[in-house]
Design a protein around this ligand. Structure first.
Ligand SMILES: NC(=O)CC[C@H](N)C(=O)O
Length: 379
């Protein structure tokens, strides 16, 4: 079945549909990761977006139940060069096309994703319509009428309704006995040392796994939980998660987090970093085309060390608006944008990128232990 991808500026692409036929709109963005399509598709931060993968062939290792980053896919649509005709891996349970059909997601293959990505890099992020039903002119009009990403609160769609304590089976990380031949070959989890509350703005499973591996018991709460409610639980610290949409549209969250600063140690990732930017009196702005992929170079300004990092963000903290009690600790070497900040008086720090990887490099994974050390230093 034929599919059309129409960009709001009139650029059109045609290809072959897979997954669930229909019509979908969203902000179109590109991800340069070579592997990890399943983690990308299920990352709640992609809510409201049509994602293009620049890696030419996708789907070759299928879909398995262990590599999801949340309970469902969040991309509004998926654009690729070629859907692998073979899904082959010992953990694969279904093909990507079957998974999309089951979850109602429309994909398009046979798109020149290099041309599309170069177009987005020069023209900037924009709205798009992906359809198997509409004509080219109808698809274009639908893209132009879609709501913009600026001002969108998607956190309310993805945050957990009920609070819960993260339970982790250490065997999740094991290679099965059928591969290793060894009974009980799994990663032992350390004993719980700290108890924290994590705000769920669209949290990825691997953040929860990495926090547990660093000795945290994590109580996950809805994005609307008040600061008073969080403090009443007497946590050792508070974590602010990643999440979708425009960080400037979340005033109700900024107001609560503001009341936590100075009361408890805080660590934020991605949307959590942007929320802290607002809480500290600064602001965020939309990047021309965002950072999404597993090869983003970040410099730690305190040590001079460079990490290759996993990223997924379309907004950034404006360093010119940060007050003098906030230190910019990390910058992106591609465009000098803010990648990490720290409060000079209170135990609060955050990074714009993804130390949990999933997918991507593990250079930055030490931040989970740094949060534990920060909590210890304040006790
Ligand atoms: N991964 C995230 O937390 C993304 C944060 C925000 N939605 C952005 O696009 O910049």
């Amino acid at each position: 079945m034929k599919a059309i991808l129409a960009l709001e500026d009139g650029r059109l692409f045609q290809g072959r549909a897979f997954g669930k036929p229909g019509t979908t709109t969203g902000e179109i963005c590109f991800n340069t990761s070579m592997t990890g399509y399943q983690e990308v598709i299920t990352d709640p931060s992609y809510r409201g977006q049509i994602v293009t993968m620049t890696y030419p062939q996708i789907g070759n290792y299928g879909v398995n139940p262990e590599d999801t980053e949340s309970s469902e896919p969040h991309v509004r649509g998926f654009v690729i060069g070629e859907l692998s005709p073979i899904a082959s891996n010992y953990r694969s349970r279904q093909t990507l096309a079957e998974y999309f059909t089951e979850h109602g997601i429309l994909g398009i293959e046979w798109v020149d994703t290099r041309a599309l990505t170069k177009h987005l890099r020069s023209a900037g992020a924009m709205r798009a319509c992906l359809t198997t039903e509409l004509s080219e002119s109808e698809a274009l009009a639908t893209a132009q009428n879609a709501p913009p990403m600026e001002g969108s609160d998607f956190v309310k769609e993805v945050s957990t309704t009920e609070g819960y304590t993260w339970e982790q089976d250490s065997r999740r990380f094991a290679l099965p006995n059928t591969v290793t031949g060894v009974e009980g070959n799994w990663l032992e989890l350390p004993p719980v040392k700290h108890r924290i509350v994590a705000y769920d703005f669209g949290i990825k499973y691997n953040i929860l796994r990495r926090l547990r591996q660093a000795g945290f018991e994590v109580e996950v709460v809805n994005a609307r939980t008040s600061a008073a409610d969080v403090l009443a639980r007497k946590p050792d610290g508070v974590f602010l998660s990643n999440g979708p949409g425009d960080p400037a549209a979340l005033g109700y969250i900024h107001d609560e987090v503001k009341q936590l600063v100075g009361k408890t140690p805080i660590f934020g990732i991605c949307l959590g970093n942007q929320i802290l930017g607002h809480v500290f009196g600064g602001s965020t702005y939309k990047l021309k085309f965002g950072h999404r992929g597993g090869n983003q170079p970040v410099k730690d300004l305190r040590t001079g060390k460079i990490s290759i990092t996993s990223q997924n963000h379309g907004f950034a903290v404006d360093d010119s608006k940060l007050p003098s009690n906030i230190e910019v600790t990390h910058i992106n070497l591609n465009d000098d944008t803010v990648e990490g900040i720290r409060h000079k008086e209170h135990p609060v720090f955050s990074v714009q990128y993804h130390p949990e990887a999933a997918p991507g490099p593990h250079d930055a994974s030490y931040f989970f232990d740094e949060f534990a050390a920060l909590i210890d230093s304040t006790k």
